[in-house]
Ligand binder design. Structure first.
Ligand code: HEM
Ligand code: NAG
Ligand code: NAG
Ligand code: NAG
Ligand code: NAG
Ligand code: NAG
Ligand code: NAG
Ligand code: NAG
Ligand code: NAG
Ligand code: NAG
Length: 323
């Protein structure tokens, strides 16, 4: 067990430059704040009831958090006079849902001050939000993450994969976080919920290779539909559902439409350009199979570069590092 951990550690250390993932555990707050997970769930469920887009918002925020400096809550930190934080990064990442995390944090500070990290709140709230439609937790969240004290907009571009990446660049991005091709395909299934802005794919509709052309790998029926939504290359405000017709439903339909060449971004379509990856897509068409794999990949994503033990801090407010 110990040896396995050390070996895993060496592997993670080499790849991601961090080595604490193994220290997360089940119900870390059992004695220090027994109500923590119940409170996160309660507030999250209440907020999802009035905002069905919240699961998508939190899922993307958690992904972003984990890919920049590890899952350390750095995505939640506000910019200061001296420093532009991740959440204000350009390109506009349109992250929202910070208020929900803040509300949970306020309640937890009232109950058990200085115990529950913002990074864990985000990981738990994401799970609970996505799980609402199933009325049961669809993946396990280990806890014990601590909060980082650095958040830099300038680091976002290098770590958050762009929707214009090809397959090998996507693989490289995930590999640099200790994630595999299998994780890449499975986690891309998160695009079964939520929306994307026109300017992140309209090159595929109007000027794919600089000749006023369309991306030949995009379903032409779907392209015609998308053109009615995104009427020009300069539209940066309109959003479209990534999984049309079921964008609030966490299901396997992302993979079904992907096979019909209806992946919205080039990064989605790229998953069909590699033999191994394409095969994995074909194995995820059923909800039970997808959920089983998704729960495992989310556990791995949720452990990227975590701070545990005496590293980091427990922020008092998720938007501000302790001084
Ligand atoms: C594989 C590489 C990925 C790329 C290139 C990518 C790219 C994007 C882009 C460009 C958007 C649209 C943002 C906007 O227009 O506002 C988006 C949305 C989203 N992404 Fe990804 N993503 C990737 C992986 C992931 C992963 C691993 C997750 C979570 C596990 C995730 C979850 C989401 C969700 C839920 C949304 C919808 C957000 C909303 O509705 O506001 N993505 N992604
Ligand atoms: C959350 O807790 C409040 C107060 O204890 C309770 O009235 C409410 O029903 C709970 N909501 C959910 C969604 O569990
Ligand atoms: C900003 O930088 C100035 C000068 O380096 C320093 O005095 C000040 O405390 C910093 N403020 C914050 C909020 O970090
Ligand atoms: C980010 O997007 C929002 C909503 O589309 C818009 O209101 C805001 O001005 C944009 N910010 C930047 C810096 O582009
Ligand atoms: C959800 O699950 C809980 C306990 O697991 C159960 O008490 C409740 O009736 C379920 N609600 C629905 C709508 O299925
Ligand atoms: C952040 O934490 C590290 C390690 O605990 C510490 O050395 C550093 O001074 C802190 N930085 C800020 C800006 O508080
Ligand atoms: C993928 O993109 C990278 C970076 O733009 C490029 O160097 C590489 O040649 C591309 N790979 C393929 C197979 O097109
Ligand atoms: C299409 O791309 C080409 C090459 O990048 C560019 O010269 C042209 O202006 C673009 N067309 C439009 C309508 O933006
Ligand atoms: C493109 O979409 C149409 C209509 O939804 C579908 O019938 C067709 O099979 C799709 N084409 C491909 C290549 O999958
Ligand atoms: C962070 O910034 C947001 C938006 O400007 C603001 O609503 C929030 O109160 C700030 N949080 C803290 C802890 O200062």
């Amino acid at each position: 067990m110990k040896i396995a951990f050390v070996l895993a550690c060496v592997a993670v250390l080499t790849v991601a430059g961090v080595c604490q993932a193994g220290n997360l555990r089940k119900n870390f707050y059992r004695t220090s704040c027994p109500a923590a997970e119940r409170i996160v769930k309660n507030i999250t469920e209440t907020r999802v009831a009035s905002n069905p887009n919240l699961p998508a918002k939190l899922l993307r925020m958690h992904f972003h958090d984990c890919f920049v400096r590890g899952c350390d809550g750095s995505v939640l930190i506000n910019s200061t006079a001296n420093s532009t934080a991740e959440r204000d990064a350009i390109p506009n990442l349109s992250l929202t849902g910070f208020d929900v995390i803040d509300e949970i944090k306020t309640e937890l500070e009232n109950r058990c001050a200085g115990k529950v990290s913002c990074a864990d709140i985000l990981a738990l709230a994401t799970r609970d939000a996505v799980s609402v439609q199933f009325n049961k937790s669809i993946w396990e969240v280990l806890t014990g993450r601590r909060d980082g004290n650095v958040s830099l907009a300038s680091e976002v571009l290098a770590h958050i994969p762009s929707p214009f990446l090809n397959f090998s660049s996507l693989v490289q991005s995930f590999k640099s976080k200790g994630l595999t091709v299998h994780d890449l395909v499975v986690l891309s299934g998160a695009h079964t919920i939520g929306v994307g802005h026109c300017n992140l794919f309209s090159n595929r509709l109007y000027n794919f290779s600089g000749k006023g052309d369309q991306d030949p790998s995009l379903n032409s029926t779907y392209a015609a539909f998308l053109k009615t939504k995104c009427q020009s290359l300069s539209d940066r405000t309109t959003t479209v559902e990534m999984d049309p017709g079921s964008s609030q439903n966490f299901d396997a339909s992302y993979f079904v439409i992907l096979q019909q060449q209806k992946g919205l971004f080039q990064s989605d379509a790229a998953l069909l350009t590699d033999k191994k990856s394409k095969k994995i897509v074909g194995e995820l068409l059923e909800l039970t199979d997808f959920l089983k794999e998704f729960s495992q990949s989310m556990k791995r994503m949720g452990a990227i570069g975590v701070l545990t033990g005496n590293s980091g801090e427990i922020r008092k407010k998720c938007g501000v590092i302790n001084s």
